[in-house]
Ligand binder design. Sequence first.
Ligand SMILES: *Cc1c(COP(=O)(O)O)cnc(C)c1O
Length: 819
Amino acid sequence: MNRQHYTIQKIAALLPALESTIVEDLEVEHLVIDSRRLINPDASLFFALQGHRDGHQFISDAYNNGVRSFVVSDRAYTTRYVDANYLLVADVLRALQQLSAHNRSLYDLKVIGITGSNGKTIVKEWLYQLLANDFNVVKSPKSFNSQIGVALSLWEIDQAHDLGIIEAGISRPGEMAVLEAMIRPGIGVLTNIGEAHAEGFFTMEEKLLEKLKLFKDVVVFVYSPAYTTGIPEAQLPGKRKFSWSFNSKADLQVISCETKDHRTLLTAIVKGKKVSCMLPFSDKASLENAVICWATLIAMGYDVAVAASRLNGLMMVGMRLELKNGINQCSIIDDSYSADISSLAIALDFLNLQNQHERKTVILSDLFETGRSKAALYAEIADLLAQKQIKHLIGIGPDLSAHKHLLPGDSKFYPNTVAFLEDLPNLHFQNESILVKGARVFEFERISKRLTQKVHDTVLEIDLSALANNLQFYRAKLKPGVKVMAMVKAFSYGSGSFEIANVLQYHKVDYLAVAYTDEGIALRRAGIKLPIMVMSPEPAAFDAIVCYQLEPEIYSLEILEQFNAFMENNAGTFPVHLKIDTGMHRLGFEEGDIETLLNALQRTKRIKVRSIFSHLVASDDAVHDAFTRQQLEVFNEIAGRISAAVGYEPLKHIANTAGITRVPDAQLDMVRVGIGLYGFDAALKNNRGLQTVARLKTTVTQVRQVKANESVGYSRRGVMPQDGSIATVKIGYADGYSRMFGNGVGRMLVNGTAVPTIGSICMDMCMLDVTGLDVKTGDEVVVFDDVLTIEMLAEQIQTIPYEILTNISQRVKRVYFYE
Ligand SMILES: *Cc1c(COP(=O)(O)O)cnc(C)c1O
């Protein structure tokens, strides 16, 4: 037994708990914070964390899923279930951290602690790739680097490990000291320091000093002087220091980078000697991350040349689950990230959140875990599959085949990937969601390639985790009990249909809203069960509205009469939403309509007013605050009259995204969040706190040399300012890249450098002036992302982010990521 043995009794004493109720002294193997993400519920201890939402609310969910042990801070919950164990503590997060810190303290292993603004996760994964042959490594899963993530990572340490690679991230001052006390790294790696405000700091120095707290007691400190400006070397941490740099003197000083065919020959001077290494990338961020890894290996005592030769084999890490359209109407979830049991649990959850197909299939390779027997590992995998109700498994590899008897009945097994690919034509995958998850040696990318539709070269990448994060951001701003309606009209602001709705449903928003009946029908057909409001319900679609249980917005006496007349022939009552015009002057009942409306409502038995709502016209702008107040007053007055007349209290709502933050009084019973989910909020400076959801990328089709004064494109509008080169890229106005971006107004990022358009934008293509840059056919071009933002594009052509996003045409393929 490699793992330290923990029981509830022992943990109660360790914390120590203020009070404990132990009905059965269960063993604890897993610490869980999400009632939906369970591996082995009997052996799980649930921590009711006080986050955006109160974790105590999820105790019943966890209990229903089989968990019987809970750490709580609210005494009222300790008597909820008679057959459950409770540990009462003052602070649940603190308890989680104490327990993990204790586990860490039992082992005398070497620990590399990594922090910085960017690159932490990549550096961690690469150090793992570089060191896994020499050590038994325990590392943070995915980007688990927060106050919670670090605790969960440290809990995994056991006797078998002799190296830990743990990343630490912070969101506000004061947090790093807590992480340091838990991680206690011996080797410290600082990746870099980016913009201060992005992480809740006022100055760069304040931020740097906070990050350096992680390295308080390290023996070796790996850093670049470029990121420690302002701090004298003597004040840097570490008994030994090892510096790296691209442009100044350092222990590892890069003196040249030559890029050819996406590979880079990097030459550096280390200890007075020139050494080169070949890296399989060319982008700036990857080169820097690779140099950090090189420096770390040298600082750990590796021979400079040996370390250099290992870098040669580094592989890009795809850290995210990818959801793509597959062949024969399948949805393919591609998880090439890692192949351990905790990431399998996450991937299965994501598979289960897909409602668009009834049938779900898992294609899984043998997994490799240290410190555990195969029998135990496959028993656990079998449990996990059973718990996630996976009935169709395709197992690839000798180990899975050898444990057939444990696995679902309707499974197929293949000795290796090639055997599976040979049999693929006989398997007839159709209309199902398929998770493809394999350890690297199995080369499952060959499988995903065969199962997915060819993605065209212009792709809109949607980060579903960022969307979920943005939802939580707004939830945290709501007063208790306020409901959330998520606006998914116009193909979720251009981002997608059921792909977005599945995530919103999983995260339990209360309502969805679409513009047209068709959009609502598409969501119902994809298995979305949430209530859906339709804002423009055309009378011809009333039948479909009733049939698909959509809920119409009623915005005029005329449409009310039409709906009433339609409902005469239907049994029962039907929910509707009344729209009041308080100043937008778009749709809705006006003050003068209200008497007639009340009469009409009292006459009909077939209509149930589910909600009354209005829309703020300028919630993001302080200049119009008086008008906003007035809208709110008018609304409250009218909504009060309607409630009194119908004799019950429909939900009342008026706030959109910007209203949530700026006008808390307007939250009422529900808010309608739209653009904020997608990462924009005019009421927040620099969208602080929100994450980028959409990235639009395309590729270079051709590069050519053009002489000075020659013209480029239609009508000779572009003129070459000097001899130089032009790259033609695969995006045009038919893809949603407006003609207004032509002639140097718009910019795109080519290998990280912003370059202007030249000439007019064509229907399917446009041209960029890439003079002086090393650009080749096939290179990736960023149209917008988190650096070149949609807001910048909106500013260039004097519009708003909403329009840029929703203009991306449907022929541009969407690919979804989930972390
Ligand atoms: C689109 C829409 C919203 C969402 O507005 P955002 O500014 O995107 O948050 C809210 N309410 C109504 C009626 C809408 O049409």
